[in-house]
Design a protein around this ligand. Structure first.
Ligand SMILES: Cc1cc2nc3c(=O)[nH]c(=O)nc-3n(C[C@H](O)[C@H](O)[C@H](O)COP(=O)(O)OP(=O)(O)OC[C@H]3O[C@@H](n4cnc5c(N)ncnc54)[C@H](O)[C@@H]3O)c2cc1C
Length: 449
């Protein structure tokens, strides 16, 4: 019997893991990736002999099956890194996840009491709701964290990050992206850290300490090794081959077209950004579907990748900032990244932006350097080289009302029996790498069943 065939569009971690899953089921796999390098958002960027990630990218081990595949593929290149990150708030650095003694020592008692009280009220309200859930992110953030924490932190931070006030974002953004933080958990965490309670097992959440997985070349090792091992198992992986058209007939995808020609397909797993997938369909999707797809927006990101003549800048893997032009700065050397020459380090400075604005073009560099200096991280004189790394599709924007546009698109695509659109871009959602990989495996499973 001829083995089933799966064509995967996009070689990010979702597509690569889907390839592994399909190979394990005996399928023939062809994967088409637009870029030279595999990995998508998790790909590495080589600059003057040093690797830079698009924002420090580390693997979580929450999904044991996914983790085991990654562990095997990475072999000796995998590094275990204890999570150590900070958040700067109100002029002070706090550990993130929160530490009991920081909470006690750092936050003024009245503020702490208001925040905990607000959290407890929000929790009570969630158990015994007195009104229907709100539609926008402001109401959802207040429902989740209480009004004091919303006012102290989330309102301003969310606004700066997205360029949209929480009232303009959908409540769905909060439900999918923001971890639930209960007053009880904060209290239990406090007791654990003061050694007054037994530590709990690692689970996904806002307060968990955990071991992350990385490499001496940064995030690039994981997709590179997944690609190598898929190829060794017989997958046909083609990089630098952007998909240009997707031909369909009678409710089935028939062929995928690249500059090299048309490739007939049995089953297609697409991890392309949803609006791109719709645009590539031939014959074209109905006008209403194209219009709905065009309203699904992504927030772009520019990373300022800096090589510095300095041994260390911070003692955490990364720090979040609320009041700066950047929202997060990572120093991957603290996670084991090899930096050359000796005595140098690199910083990954993350800024959300719009395509073509000052942050995107690099004109914002003087402001970035001024804010880095103000934070005591480095001076302009210490910068040896800098490079911009762009991502047009960094974050799906859950603008108010996006759900109805998404439903129009997904309902239409569900009409193609041999197509699944998945992963971060293809499902228009916010997974971490392990969740994106799980999504890839599930979509491959459905197509091959
Ligand atoms: C700043 C930032 C930091 C993050 N940090 C972490 C972290 O520390 N840990 C973690 O677990 N997750 C992290 N994530 C999330 C993680 O990066 C993503 O969820 C995951 O990489 C998504 O993988 P994917 O394969 O679904 O999508 P993508 O990585 O976007 O892959 C899609 C692929 O499709 C390709 N493609 C697009 N168009 C075409 C075309 N026409 N033809 C062929 N190929 C095409 C793209 O080039 C890309 O390779 C972070 C995300 C961001 C933005």
């Amino acid at each position: 019997m001829t083995p089933p065939q799966l064509t995967i569009l996009g070689g990010g971690v979702c597509g690569l893991y889907a390839a592994h899953h399909a190979l394990a089921r005996g399928a023939r796999v062809v994967l088409l990736e637009k870029e030279e390098r595999y990995g998508g958002l998790a790909a590495g960027h080589l600059c003057d002999g040093n690797w830079f990630d698009l924002g420090v990218h580390m693997l979580h081990a929450f999904d044991r099956e996914v983790f085991e595949t990654c562990r095997e593929a990475m072999g000796g290149e995998r590094l275990e890194v204890p999570l150590k990150s900070h958040i700067k708030w109100g002029g002070k650095l706090y550990h993130y996840p929160l530490r009991g003694r920081d909470i006690l020592a750092g936050i003024p008692p009245l503020t702490l009491a208001r925040c905990l009280g607000g959290l407890a009220l929000a929790e009570l309200e969630s158990r015994f709701p007195s009104r229907p859930p709100g539609a926008d992110a402001e109401s959802a953030l207040i429902e989740l964290y209480g009004e004091p924490l919303y006012e102290f932190f989330f309102e301003d931070f969310t606004h700066r990050y997205w360029g949209l006030h929480p009232r303009e974002l959908s409540a769905e953004f909060v439900r999918r992206k923001m971890p639930r933080l209960s007053a009880l958990d904060v209290f239990k965490n406090l007791l654990e850290k003061l050694h007054l309670a037994r530590p709990r097992d690692a689970t996904e959440g806002a307060l968990r300490f955990e071991t992350l997985h990385y490499s001496r070349t940064g995030s690039e090792a994981l997709p590179r090794k997944l690609a190598e091992s898929a190829r060794a198992q017989g997958a046909e992986l083609r990089s630098a081959q952007p998909v240009e058209r997707i031909h369909h007939q009678h409710g089935r995808i028939q062929a995928v077209e690249t500059a090299q020609g048309q490739l007939p397909v049995d089953n297609v797993l697409s991890t392309l950004p949803l609006p791109e997938l719709v645009k590539k369909l031939s014959p074209a999707a109905p006008e209403a579907v194209r219009a709905a797809a065009a309203r699904l927006r992504f927030k772009p990101m520019t990373v300022y990748a800096l090589l510095l003549k300095k041994d260390r800048c911070m003692d955490a893997l990364y720090t979040y900032y609320r009041d700066r032009i950047f929202h997060r700065v990572g120093e991957p050397k603290n996670a084991g990244l090899e930096v050359t020459p000796a005595g140098h380090t690199t910083l990954i400075v993350e800024t959300t932006c719009e395509v073509g604005d000052r942050k995107w073009t690099g004109e914002a560099l003087p402001d970035i350097l001024a804010d880095l200096a103000a934070e005591g991280l480095c001076t302009a004189e210490e910068v040896v080289s800098q490079r911009l790394i762009h991502a047009r599709h960094a974050y799906p924007v859950f603008a108010l009302g996006f759900e109805k546009h998404l439903a129009v698109v997904t309902d239409y695509l569900a009409g193609f029996a041999n197509l699944r659109s998945t992963g971060r871009q293809g499902a228009f959602t916010y997974p971490n790498m392990h969740t994106a990989m799980r999504m890839g495996a599930e979509a491959a499973h459905e197509l091959l069943s």
